[in-house]
Design a protein around this ligand. Structure first.
Ligand code: PMP
Length: 524
């Protein structure tokens, strides 16, 4: 038989793009921070600083987690037994609550709803927040309805008359027969479209909360978001570090409906505020936006605005959580307590895919459990693995968190050295724990055309990634929405040798940028 090449059907376009940057490597094995690819039957090692985009706090195939996974499979643990009792899910929820109480000093429980991916947990949070808002909307609607009825009875009994001012407020000019009913019709006409309006979610500029229909509208990157904006409720993106902008935005978004009151025999129309804000989504440390930690003043202002407005703060700890910052919850460093939390990525230990939404007991809607589900969510395998991950982080009085801090400090010290050695190339170095970023200077006006055009096309981070992989066997990637910031999210197993290997690579890459040697950077 002739050897006709098989067509490439799984994202061939992406493969081609990766290929043009030398990034279409087929990794066949992974352990700790090392990935291996084959060349002529020979394994070649690559040091991995991408860490599964932050999903590998314990690295690739951690032996303890692998052994535990094998044990679960050997024991024939039923993985999909939906609609039965799942004590392992409860144990995981309990473990997460224990950690939360320690880090935030709170006593309140958080209820857990399970999902499969980060974006799915964000969508689950969106739905729960909307359910909460709908209940508040319905309560307001019922109050207005009973006030309308009370006033109708008072008018019919001759105990009250409608104030001229009330007609003026709702714009009724014809005040002949049945005029109270005209007033009520005008109130309804005014209120109905407002009650039917989509919720508005608040989040910060640079945010990344996923790429599904709803979560995408919370993701700031306009290239991802705008083509799909008709699909879901919109978000308002607030400046990252301007606490005063929150109240200003809330004032602008304030929406009022009409209510009817009877006072001293007079029917009047008053305004009532409608709950339009569905929630405030915050990444305590933005990942895809370029590794930015929310400031303490901003955190305080977000919390205060939510408390005053009655809407939940939803902390997206999908990337920053599960130990990456040196604490389980990155929000704990800035004193930002969430009403909801979303966790995913590293919670699956690099072996399973799961995510979880935690909701503060006092805001939790038990009926949500009857409305929301997924075939794969809350499966035994991933819940057991995740509980083991939490145990590994918590073991020995939090030794793993201390290790994240110590390893993170070493890595950061190296990145700072690069920053100070190449100020014309590197703009900033930032982050916390093992969630670090190195921002490069804008090179779009560089007089080397290869470098300048890569920068203009948003590819400079990928060009650097291609160079570091090819020449230094180091795997790095930029953050998704800030392509001139390289991210470093290795596991706690990070060694000094791995840091040195990255240092040599970054030094050489910066030297080439400094010399404007674009051709050598792309290997031309
Ligand atoms: N939120 C944050 C903060 C993330 O970093 C990501 C993924 N980068 C997501 C949500 C989406 O998670 P997933 O890719 O699992 O859908």
């Amino acid at each position: 038989m002739g050897s006709v090449a098989e067509p490439e059907l799984a994202e061939a376009h992406m493969r081609q793009l990766l290929g043009s940057l030398g990034l279409d490597v087929n990794y066949v094995r992974g352990q700790a921070n090392t990935l291996y690819f084959l060349d002529n039957g020979q394994e070649h090692a690559v040091v991995d600083f991408v860490g599964g985009y932050g999903s590998l706090i314990f690295g690739h195939n951690h032996p303890k987690l692998v052994a535990y996974a094998k044990q679960l499979l050997d024991a024939q643990v039923p993985i999909h037994a939906q609609f039965s009792y799942h004590p392992y899910a409860n144990e995981l929820a309990t473990a997460l609550n224990r950690v939360h109480r320690r880090e935030f000093g709170t006593a309140e429980d958080y209820r857990a709803i399970f999902a499969n991916s980060g974006a799915e947990a964000v969508e689950t949070a969106l739905k729960h927040a909307e359910m909460d808002r709908s209940i508040r909307l319905a309560a307001l609607g019922e109050q207005i309805h009973s006030h309308v009825e009370e006033a109708r009875a008072a008018v019919a009994a001759g105990a009250a008359v409608v104030a001229d001012q009330a007609y003026d407020t709702v714009g009724v000019t014809d005040r002949s027969a049945d005029s109270y009913e005209r007033l009520v019709e005008a109130v309804h006409r005014h209120n109905e479209p407002k009650f039917a309006r989509s919720p508005l979610f608040l989040t910060l500029e640079g945010s990344f909360h996923g790429k599904l229909a709803g979560s995408l509208q919370l993701t700031h990157n306009s290239a991802y978001r705008l083509p799909f904006r008709a699909l879901a409720a919109q978000a308002r993106f607030l400046p990252f570090d301007q606490p005063a902008a929150i109240d200003k935005a809330l004032d602008e978004e304030r929406t009022f409906v009409f209510d009817v009151v009877v006072r001293d025999g007079v029917v009047d129309v008053v305004e009532r505020e409608l709950p339009v804000i569905g929630g405030f989504f915050v990444e305590p440390i933005q990942g895809e936006g370029g590794i930015h930690e929310v400031g303490v003043d901003m955190a305080r202002a977000i919390r205060a605005a939510a408390d005053a407005g009655g809407f939940p703060v939803i902390l997206d700890e999908i990337q920053s959580g599960v130990g990456r910052s040196g604490a389980f919850f990155a929000g704990s460093h800035i004193g930002l307590t969430g009403d909801y939390y979303v966790l995913a990525k590293s919670l699956g230990g690099g072996l399973s895919k799961l995510s979880v939404l935690l909701v503060r007991d006092s805001r939790y809607q038990p009926d949500f459990e009857l409305l929301h589900s997924s075939t794969f969510a809350k499966d035994a395998f991933s819940c057991h693995i995740a509980r083991e991950v939490v145990q590994m982080l918590e073991a020995d009085d939090g030794a793993a968190y201390r290790r994240v801090v110590e390893r993170g400090d070493q890595l950061r010290a190296m990145l700072e050295r690069i920053h100070s050695a190449f100020p014309d190339v590197v703009k900033d170095c930032r982050g916390r724990g093992l969630m670090l970023g190195l921002e490069f200077q804008d090179q779009s006006t560089c007089d080397d055309e290869i470098i300048a055009s890569s920068a203009r096309d948003g590819l400079i981070g990928y060009v650097l990634a291609g160079y570091l992989l090819r020449e230094h066997r180091v795997r790095v990637f930029p953050t998704a929405s800030a392509s001139h910031t390289l991210r470093f999210e290795p596991s706690v197993e990070l060694t000094d040798d791995e840091i040195s290997q990255l240092e040599s690579g970054l030094e050489a890459a910066c030297q080439l940028l400094h010399e404007r040697a674009g051709a050598r950077l792309v290997g031309a």
